[in-house]
Design a protein around this ligand. Structure first.
Ligand SMILES: Nc1ncnc2c1ncn2[C@@H]1O[C@H](COP(=O)(O)OP(=O)(O)OP(=O)(O)O)[C@@H](O)[C@H]1O
Ligand SMILES: [Mg+2]
Length: 266
């Protein structure tokens, strides 16, 4: 599904580069001169105290917000502005800090909705409901059923997601993002509000997505145990600025990071 001019990247190559990105909302500087990269195949954690700019960063990466300054390069293409659907088509999918699903629709239909961007590719044929469109529909169903099996949510296929406990809603949302078969998956606090068991399940799914599908993941998470366990590298934001960047064991010992977190706790 690659565009003809998109380079094929090997594991460890820079998939996404954020360079000197700043973002302001009126007087509020959500991000100031932030630079870091995400390499193909890694789990890259983005951490920091509340209001540090983590969600804003993801919003810049997937085109929800446009950086006031700086640039973002994804698969070798640099841009100042991109719309969310362009990011999605280019291979960037995400989940949201607050679950964003169609609550009245079933698990199956919500995950199917994640395929809609892929389907639009064949919109003309879809409208005719024949030939390639029929074949496409079969293919979409197969991908969706595979995801449902993978996430072990067969039992709730037909349940409206509004009726599901929160932990399962988060899992369905992950399923919808996976339905896009992303190259880069952005997860904004996928474990917030979960109990220990739900967190363990979600951690396992995130690792499996990364290892089995080779999906590159950017993960915002407050639980330091989870961050240390899952991530290959960690970038730390505080008041919209990057204060540290490195391997989990380096970050854990970094005095600025320790201070930033103690600052929140006290
Ligand atoms: N749409 C917006 N309009 C105005 N200010 C915003 C907007 N989005 C974010 N901000 C501000 O930008 C700053 C960073 O917010 P952001 O949501 O990115 O932080 P965060 O690190 O995700 O925090 P949390 O851990 O609480 O989710 C905050 O001061 C926030 O109030
Ligand atoms: Mg946030």
């Amino acid at each position: 599904m690659r565009a003809p001019d998109t380079p094929i990247l090997a594991k460890g190559d820079v998939l996404l580069a954020v360079e000197n990105v700043s973002l302001s909302f009126g007087g509020v500087k959500a991000l100031t001169d932030v630079s870091f990269d995400i390499r193909k195949g890694e789990i890259r954690a983005i951490i920091g105290p509340n209001g540090a700019g983590k969600t804003s960063m993801l919003n810049c990466i997937n085109g929800f917000y446009h950086p006031t300054e700086g640039r973002i390069t994804f698969k070798g293409a640099t841009r100042r502005r991109m719309r969310p659907y362009e990011a999605a088509r280019g291979g960037i999918a995400r989940t949201f800090q607050n679950v964003a699903l169609f609550k009245g629709m079933t698990t199956l239909d919500n995950i199917m909705a994640g395929r809609s961007l892929k389907m639009r590719r064949g919109f003309f044929w879809q409208a005719l409901r024949q030939g390639p469109a029929l074949q496409e529909e079969v293919e979409h169903r197969r991908v969706v059923e595979d995801i449902i099996d993978f996430l072990e949510i067969q039992a709730i296929r037909k349940v409206p997601v509004g009726k599901l406990p929160y932990g399962l809603q988060k899992r369905v949302e992950l399923g919808r993002a996976l339905a896009m078969e992303p190259e880069l998956l952005l997860l904004d606090e996928p474990m917030a509000g979960m109990n220990l068991e739900e967190k363990e399940d979600m951690s396992r799914f995130i690792l499996d997505v990364n290892q089995q599908f080779g999906t590159t993941i950017a993960l915002i998470e407050h639980d330091m145990g989870v961050v240390m366990d899952l991530s290959d590298r960690v970038v730390v934001l505080e008041y919209g600025r990057k204060i540290a960047d490195g391997k989990p064991e380096e970050i854990k010992r970094d005095q600025r990071v320790i201070d930033a977190y103690l600052g929140v706790a006290h």
